[in-house]
Design a protein around this ligand. Structure first.
Ligand code: IPM
Ligand code: MN
Length: 353
């Protein structure tokens, strides 16, 4: 199969973790007889430095022409403490999501048998956890009207959702629940917010189309709590953009390290695959960051964008072997030897060959 993949390494540790995912993907392609064409494109702070714009049109064209996008991370500390910066790397990510119509962000949380004791939560609380948070990605408060009034002394951001935006996200949630344990949780704040009441009403109306799915409706504050108390009780959760942003960071550390969870963003055009962790600027260029979330994002890409399940399974299996054999970066090595980012990538690629 010919796979035409846009490669957006981005900022911080993005380039080095992406490099490992490329090694692993190339090894998979060689083994299974696929031909991958990687087309690199700039995004984030490095694109601002180069062309003054975090998601340039040239990058968008490459993304639109590709079959899938593999993305690293964006962000740079020089913008974080400068609220007045006229253009920010994160705007590139939002623009990319909007222009590519990536309305759904699929963020799984699962555990690795050999890492159970790395979790901040107790073993008995997390064993068996395998959940997916489906986050709405192109609406809500991230994209609503915002501004200042009162000579800059009052600020506002607005959260707006249309019924259609909720339906298309919820539909994916119901369909995903049908392929799993048929449990769906709609996360909202319907006791306070009107937009949440529209979410709840819309999902309730859809229930009749999926009679086999059991739907629960829970407030986001309660979900934040239950996620650390009893994560294995969840299966598929659907939620709006901001709640999803917060809950997926919370859920991602259950596995034992921030550097482990992959994600997919899907929608109207090319799908995008990226690690959940950010750009981790403190580690950039040091060859110490954990590449596994990006490698597992590549596995998701093989399976979801190309239907190549066996290839995806092989990647997951060598990742599990590396964890079991302690071929891990410093976030997971404890008092044992820490491998470098590039060494983990080489080890995985060699196992595949
Ligand atoms: C994420 C990130 C982004 C978000 C930032 C970088 C804009 O935190 O992908 O979760 O808030 O969506
Ligand atoms: Mn986030």
């Amino acid at each position: 199969m010919k796979l035409n993949i846009a490669l957006l390494a981005g900022d911080g540790i993005g380039p080095e973790v992406i490099e490992q995912a490329v090694k692993v993907s190339d090894a998979i392609a060689a083994k299974f007889g696929h031909e991958i064409t990687w087309t690199p494109a700039i995004t984030g702070a490095c694109a601002i430095d180069e062309v003054g714009e975090p998601y340039p049109d040239s990058t968008h064209e490459i993304c639109m022409a590709a079959d899938a996008i593999l993305f690293g991370a964006i962000g740079h500390p020089k913008y974080d403490n400068d609220p007045k910066a006229p253009v920010r790397p994160e705007q590139g990510l939002l623009k990319m999501r909007k222009k590519l119509g990536l309305f759904a962000n699929v963020r799984p949380t699962f555990t690795f048998p050999s890492l159970i004791d790395n979790s901040p939560l107790k073993r008995e609380r997390i064993e068996g956890t395998d959940l997916i948070i489906l986050r709405e990605l192109t609406g809500g408060i991230y994209f609503g009207e915002r501004g200042r009034k009162d000579n800059g002394n009052t600020a506002f951001d607005t959260c707006t959702y249309t019924r259609d935006e909720i339906i298309r996200l919820a539909k994916l949630g119901f369909e995903m629940a049908m392929t799993r344990s048929k449990k769906l949780c709609c996360v909202d704040k319907a006791n306070v917010l009107e937009s949440s009441r529209l979410w709840r009403e819309t999902v309730q109306d859809m229930e009749k189309d999926y009679p086999e799915v059991t739907v629960s409706y829970e407030f986001v504050d309660a979900v934040a709590m239950r996620l650390v108390q009893w994560p294995s009780s969840y299966d598929v959760l659907i939620t709006e953009n901001l709640f999803g942003d917060i809950l997926t960071d919370e859920a991602s550390v259950i596995s034992g390290s921030m550097g482990l969870m992959p994600s997919a963003s899907i929608g109207l055009h090319t799908s995008l695959f990226e690690p959940i962790h950010g750009s981790y600027p403190q580690a950039a260029g040091k060859d110490i960051a954990n590449p596994l979330a990006t490698v597992l994002s590549a596995a998701m890409m093989f399976e979801d964008a190309f239907g190549l399940k066996e290839e995806a399974e092989l990647i997951r299996s060598v990742v599990n072997q590396s964890l079991a054999e302690g071929v891990v970066t410093e976030d997971l090595s404890g008092d044992k030897k820490a491998y470098r980012t590039s060494e983990v990538g080489d080890w995985l690629a060699n196992k595949i060959k």
